[in-house]
Design a protein around this ligand. Structure first.
Ligand SMILES: Nc1nc2c(ncn2[C@@H]2O[C@H](COP(=O)(O)OP(=O)(O)OP(=O)(O)O)[C@@H](O)[C@H]2O)c(=O)[nH]1
Ligand SMILES: [Mg+2]
Length: 231
């Protein structure tokens, strides 16, 4: 069976639930006490789709402002970006709009954008009307979906919508994992990493922090291969 690889990055404010969405998708697990992401996490999940296997190569970025300058490393070379906001926090929707602008200015030309309004289990304290978010998504030709990582609502559907987006199914967009492999190589050659980062981002030393590094495998209810490491 043919395997198609799709590099996806998650962007958005801290605390909106990016890691929780990925954790629900990859491990079917929700952690109420999940820690903020440091740097970024890399996870994979392979799911059957018709006569093919779709392997998602997922970069879950850190939403804290101090990590903002690392984001281009993850969205460059991505076939799709999931920009997450929290439906109970209007500010997070404003941040989402800034990410859309940044992707338009500096992201890959043909990147597919998916907008995910997370925490829709908290509808009673909603600050972002679904209609407004949906209309915004339509105005930029993005996928739109509301999710709940906590209640496992629309998480699989989010990734399914991405992998069945016309540019992918019609084959216009590259599914190559070339750039993800380059980034994994960078991590393996850790002594060079900080220097390469400074070179790539053309920023003064001391600005970037990649603090944690751990790796472990996790299982998947779909029988696909999965993996995780934090950078
Ligand atoms: N009620 C509810 N809480 C959620 C949901 N998803 C995440 N949370 C909670 O929101 C908080 C932040 O979740 P994270 O997944 O760490 O958020 P993040 O976007 O990865 O944050 P950074 O890594 O700092 O960028 C945690 O307390 C989660 O338990 C959801 O769907 N519903
Ligand atoms: Mg996180």
């Amino acid at each position: 069976m043919a395997i198609r690889e799709l590099k996806v990055c998650l962007l958005g404010d801290t605390g909106v639930g990016k890691s929780s969405i990925v954790c629900r998708f990859v491990q079917d697990h929700f952690d109420h006490n999940i820690s903020p992401t440091i740097g970024a996490s890399f996870l994979t999940k392979t799911v059957p789709c018709g006569h093919e296997l779709h392997k998602f190569l997922i970069w879950d970025t850190a939403g804290q402002e101090r990590f903002h300058s690392l984001a281009p490393m993850y969205y460059r070379g991505s076939a799709a970006a999931v920009i997450v906001y929290d439906i109970t926090k209007l500010d997070s929707f404003q941040t989402l709009k800034k990410w859309v602008k940044e992707l338009k200015e500096h992201g890959p030309e043909d990147i597919v954008v998916a907008i995910a309004g997370n925490k829709n289990d908290l509808g009673d304290i909603r600050e972002v009307p679904m209609k407004e978010a949906k209309e915004f998504a339509e105005s930029i030709a993005a996928i739109f979906i509301e999710t709940s990582a906590r209640n496992a609502v629309n998480i699989e559907e989010l990734f399914q919508k991405i992998s069945t987006f016309p540019v992918f199914t019609l084959g216009y967009c590259s599914w190559s994992a070339r750039s993800v492999h380059q980034e994994v190589l960078l991590v393996q050659y850790r002594p060079c990493l900080v220097g390469v980062l400074h070179w790539a981002l053309q920023s003064p030393p001391g600005q970037h922090m990649l603090v944690q590094n751990q790796s472990h495998s996790c299982s998947s209810q779909h029988g696909g291969d999965t993996g995780q490491m934090q950078l």
